[in-house]
Design a protein around this ligand. Structure first.
Ligand code: AMP
Length: 428
C-alpha cells in the first residue's frame, strides 16, 4: 500500500515524501481512512508504530479542508502525558504541515507560560498539550477550547497512570459536545475501556500490535542477578558487548542517578532522564543519546514514555517495573520498524512477583540465562520490594500517579488540584 491510496492531499504527500516515508505503517493504513471520514477511532498502538503520523496526517487534512476562521480558534486538541511526547508530536506536525496553512503550538509545564500564552493569543489551529498546563492556562482565561472539532488522547493509558483522569474529564467538559474523538493507548485496562466508552461514539477500532503482547522482533532475556551485583553486570554487558546505544530503565529517580554515576565512573557516557531534571537537561540528554555522544540513557518509566528514539538495539531493565504494562512500554523502545532488538531484564529475587505479573500479561515465560559470577544467592529472600522503593501497584488505592520518585518531597498531592501549585508537575 502507498500513501497515495490513503486519500491524503498532495500537500501532505509532499511532506511525507520529504520525510522519506515510502509506505504507511500498519497503524497508519488502518487509522488514516476512518479519521479522514470523520469517525471516532480507538487505536491500540505504542510508540514506534508510526502512530503519531497516523493521527496527525488526517487531522492536518481535515483542518486544511475545513473552514478557516481569521482569528484561528483551536480546532484540534492533542493531549499527551509527557512534555517530551508533546514536543515530539509538535515537531512531527510542523514537518507534516510544511505545505499547508495551519498553525500549531505545544504547551507543557515546567517552563515559563508567557511565550505559550502569547502563541495561543495569536491564534492556533492545533494545540498539543499536557493536561496540567492546559488546565492552568484555562483557569487563567488564557485559552478557549470552545471551537475544538477534534480531540486526541495520546498514550491514554499513561495519562491515567499519571493521575490525569480528573484533568481530562475537566477539559472534556470545556469542549463542544459535537466533535471527533481519537484515543490511542498501548494497553487496554478496564480503566481505559471505561474512559473510551465515555468519550468515543461508535469508534472504529484499530490495532497495530495485539493487545498487551510484546513485539515478535524483540528478543527478550532475563538475567537472574544478585541485587548488589546489578551495577557491575550492566557495566560488563555494555563494555564487553561494545554496545553503542542503550536505554536503561530504573524504578526510581534516585536509582537512575546512582546508576548513571556508576556508569560514568566506569567510563560509559551516560545521562539520567527523569522528572527531577529540568527541561533543558532532559532535552540535552535525549539529543546526546540520539546523536551518539551518549551511550546510555538511564530513565524512569514516566520520563521515557513516548520518547522517539528510532532503531534502538538494546533496552535493559535494570529493575523490573512493578506495573506489568510498563514492561511492554519499555521494551517497545526496541525492535522498531522491522529491526530486531534485544530487551534484557536484570532480575533479582525480590522481583519475583513483578516477573510473574509480567509473564502473565505478555503470555510468555521469559527465558532465563545465568551469567557466571552474578547469580543470586539461592536462599535470597523473594519478598517484594517495600512500598516507597518503587511505584505503587496499578490497582492499589488510593492510586498515586507518580510515585516512581521515592526522593520526591512535598508536592505530590493526588487529591484535587491545588490552584497555585507547580504547573503540570506530573508531566515527566
Ligand atoms: P511514532 O510511533 O509515531 O513515535 O513513530 C516512530 C518513528 O517512526 C518516528 O521516528 C517516525 O518518524 C517514524 N515513522 C512514522 N511513520 C513512518 C513511515 N510510514 N515510514 C517510516 N518511518 C515512519
Amino acid at each position: 500500500m502507498s500513501f497515495n491510496s490513503l486519500g491524503l492531499s498532495d500537500a501532505l504527500l509532499k511532506a511525507i515524501s520529504k520525510k522519506g516515508y515510502t509506505t504507511p505503517s500498519p497503524i497508519q493504513q488502518k487509522a488514516i481512512p476512518p479519521i479522514l471520514e470523520g469517525k471516532d477511532v480507538l487505536a491500540s498502538a505504542q510508540t514506534g508504530t508510526g502512530k503519531t503520523a497516523g493521527f496527525t496526517l488526517p487531522i492536518l487534512q481535515l483542518l486544511s479542508q475545513g473552514k478557516h476562521l481569521s482569528h484561528r480558534p483551536i480546532r484540534a486538541l492533542i493531549l499527551t502525558p509527557t512534555r517530551e511526547l508533546a514536543a515530539q508530536i509538535l515537531a512531527n506536525i510542523k514537518e507534516y504541515s510544511e505545505f499547508v496553512d495551519l498553525r500549531s503550538a505545544v504547551i507543557f509545564g515546567g517552563v515559563n507560560q508567557n511565550p505559550q500564552a502569547a502563541q495561543i493569543r495569536q491564534g492556533l489551529d492545533i494545540l498539543v498539550a499536557t493536561p496540567g498546563r492546559l488546565i492552568d492556562l484555562q483557569n487563567q482565561g488564557l485559552v478557549s477550547l470552545s471551537k475544538v472539532e477534534i480531540l486526541v488522547l495520546d498514550e491514554a493509558d499513561r495519562m491515567l497512570d499519571m493521575g490525569f483522569l480528573r484533568d481530562i474529564e475537566r477539559l472534556i467538559k470545556l469542549l463542544p459536545s459535537k466533535r471527533q474523538n481519537l484515543l490511542f493507548s498501548a494497553t487496554f485496562s478496564k480503566d481505559i475501556k471505561k474512559l473510551a466508552m465515555g468519550i468515543l461514539h461508535h469508534p472504529v477500532q484499530v490495532e497495530a500490535t495485539p493487545e498487551n503482547t510484546t513485539v515478535d522482533a524483540i528478543i527478550q532475556k532475563v538475567y537472574p542477578c544478585a541485587k548488589e551485583k546489578k551495577t557491575a553486570l550492566i557495566i560488563k554487558l555494555i563494555t564487553e558487548g561494545n554496545w553503542k546505544q542503550i536505554l536503561v530503565f530504573t524504578r526510581t529517580k534516585q536509582g537512575a542517578n546512582k546508576l548513571t554515576e556508576s556508569m560514568i565512573g566506569a567510563g560509559i557516557r551516560a545521562a539520567a532522564i527523569h522528572g527531577n531534571k529540568g527541561q533543558g537537561a532532559r532535552t540535552k540528554a535525549l539529543a546526546g543519546f540520539k546523536d551518539g555522544s551518549l551511550t546510555a540513557l538511564v530513565a524512569t518509566d514516566i520520563a521515557a514514555r513516548g520518547l522517539d528514539i528510532p532503531l534502538l538495539p538494546h533496552v535493559i531493565n535494570f529493575e523490573l517495573p512493578n506495573i506489568p504494562e510498563d514492561y511492554v512500554h519499555r521494551i517497545g523502545r526496541t525492535g522498531r520498524a522491522g529491526a530486531s532488538g534485544e530487551a534484557i531484564s536484570l532480575f533479582s529475587p525480590d522481583e519475583t512477583v513483578f516477573l510473574r505479573d509480567i509473564e502473565k500479561l505478555v503470555g510468555l515465560k521469559l527465558p532465563k540465562e545465568n551469567i557466571k559470577g552474578f547469580e543470586p544467592d539461592p536462599n535470597a529472600s523473594t519478598e517484594p520490594i517495600k512500598q516507597g522503593q518503587g511505584r505503587q501497584q496499578r490497582n492499589s488505592t488510593p492510586r498515586k500517579p507518580n510515585t516512581d520518585n521515592s526522593n520526591r518531597s512535598g508536592n505530590n498531592s493526588f487529591g484535587p488540584r491545588r490552584p497555585q501549585q507547580n504547573n503540570d508537575r506530573r508531566s515527566r
